[in-house]
Write a protein that binds this ligand. Structure first.
Ligand SMILES: C[S@@+](CC[C@H](N)C(=O)[O-])C[C@H]1O[C@@H](n2cnc3c(N)ncnc32)[C@H](O)[C@@H]1O
Length: 467
């Protein structure tokens, strides 16, 4: 068997899914950071490529990243690569045989897979490619059903689907280590979810958010705009305790009109707790409560390992907070009658963001992360519009395009210092607000001018119906 020292300084090949491109690097970096590891790409690293070669990792690091990643398809111990099959052959023949031997000896069973990116290969061509690897010292027995070791030849035909080359641009060969968690996208799909709403976050993005937030076992995670709890579902799957608030009584209590086709009212037990129960994580459910995010109810101390949220933009749901412009006096006994309905007023996006960042600065533990979506009107977007806070450092900012004019950005920030009492009200810089407040107006005017198809696509993305 290979010793652990002989297996250090290996290169690992990550095969990434070719969607949500901007979310991939922060996800892998965050998952490595969970193991106190840095991201060390090879010299010709290209973020857009579906193949990344990474160094300075152990096999255990790679396995633990794959146990969490929804952006990665699989990972391999890289044995060789090249721009042509002949370069690959030279590279493989240079790979130290003592590193191959433990996986190729007589008693072992194995199989070889062929994967190609941006080109479908016929079975007969795949078999030819496998046979062409006869220069490798395989001594074991081929077993297609349950092999001890799986090897893979991966061919990269570039990313331009209108201009697919005859021969691959790059070829890799390696020993398979683990698959990522792509299947969570399907097994946690909101289509099969017990309790859903119009704005339930799709499963893939929910898991990506949890990964950007570095959620880990026994963390306490909070979503101040919890809705149907999709983000809590993802975090609880990674072993965290979860809680949330929402201003909407009906959503917290699972009452009112259903968002399902062919169903008028929500049924009994259509609530967030039942969603967690559906996925076997009810024990991680702390609670959810009706509360206005503009008037947090928490004692003033750091409580949460991460705050993960999808704030209301006012496009799919109203942005309201409790309060009135009129002077409403409290009854002399201090308590309102049971029939009292609190008045509400518009909750501007600028205030939502400022409250969210301030709240996070106060209630995140040091090093804890805030992950949230920021709506953007593209023609006016520039990085300076990202809300800032002296206690929060920007970690990543990834775009999900919605239409030619609109997108939303997944913002990840990390708490780096405790807030000082006097700084409190002036945390978020003022210049940002204009853009955010005009977003809704611009979004609707762009929408009215647009052809139905693009608008429909943007709306579906906003409602998380397309990943
Ligand atoms: C985009 S949705 C969140 C969807 C959620 N991530 C899910 O998966 O269902 C925003 C939520 O914010 C809530 N909301 C709006 N204004 C609020 C406020 N002032 N305080 C707390 N929640 C509010 C809405 O009721 C809505 O459920």
């Amino acid at each position: 068997m290979a010793t652990s020292s002989s297996r250090s300084c290996l290169q690992y090949l990550f095969h990434l899914a070719h969607d949500n491109l901007e979310f991939r690097l922060p996800e892998i970096r965050s998952l490595l950071a969970l193991r106190s590891k840095s991201f060390h790409p090879s010299e010709n690293f290209n973020e857009q490529s579906p193949f990344w070669c990474l160094g300075s990792l152990s096999e255990e690091d790679v396995r633990s990243v794959m146990a969490r990643s929804v952006c990665a398809k699989s990972a391999f111990e890289l044995w060789g690569h090249g721009r042509t099959h002949s370069e690959l052959r030279t590279s493989l023949l240079n790979y130290p045989s003592e590193k191959m031997r433990p996986y190729m000896h007589k008693e072992s069973t194995y199989k070889i897979n062929i994967e190609s990116f941006n080109k479908s290969l016929l079975l007969k061509d795949k078999i030819k490619k496998i046979n062409a690897l006869d220069y490798l010292p395989f001594e074991g027995t081929v077993c297609l059903t349950n092999p001890q070791h799986i090897f893979c030849l991966l061919e990269d035909y570039g990313t331009d689907c209108r201009n697919i080359p005859e021969h691959p641009n790059h070829i890799y060969f390696g020993r398979w280590i683990a698959d990522g968690q792509r299947e969570l996208i399907c097994s946690f799909s909101v289509k099969k979810r017990h309790f859903i709403g119009n704005t339930s976050m799709n499963a893939g993005l929910s898991f990506i958010m949890a990964n950007h937030a570095k959620v880990k076992e026994n963390d306490l995670i909070f979503d101040p705009f919890v809705g149907t709890g999709s983000l809590l579902v993802a975090c609880s799957h990674f072993g965290a305790y979860v809680c949330g608030t929402d201003i909407d009584y009906n959503i917290i209590h699972g009452k009112g009109l259903s968002s399902r086709k062919n169903q008028k009212w929500r049924g009994p037990d259509e609530n967030i707790r039942a969603n967690l129960r559906q996925y076997g994580t009810e024990k991680m459910y702390v609670d959810v409560m009706v509360s206005d995010a503009s008037k947090p109810v928490w004692r003033n101390t750091a409580l949460f390992d991460a705050i993960i949220t999808d704030p209301p933009y006012g496009i799919r749901e109203s942005t309201r907070k409790t309060g009135s412009h009129k002077n409403i006096t409290k009854p002399p006994n201090g308590t309102y009658a049971e029939s009292h309905v609190p008045v509400s007023q518009v909750y501007h996006l600028s205030d939502i963001l400022s409250d969210l960042l301030n709240f996070s600065a106060h209630h995140l533990l040091m090093g804890g992360r805030l992950v949230y979506w920021l709506p953007v009107y593209k023609p006016e977007y520039c990085e300076e519009r990202i809300p800032v806070h002296p206690c929060l450092r920007l970690i990543s900012n990834c775009e999900q395009p919605l239409s030619s004019h609109t997108s939303r950005r997944l913002i990840t920030m990390e708490k780096i210092k405790e807030p000082e009492e006097l700084d409190n009200p002036a945390y978020v810089s003022d210049g940002l607000y204009q853009g955010h407040n005009t977003f809704r107006k611009k979004y609707f005017s762009a929408r009215n001018k647009k052809s139905g198809k693009e608008e429909e696509q943007a709306q579906m993305l906003m409602e998380n119906k397309i990943s």
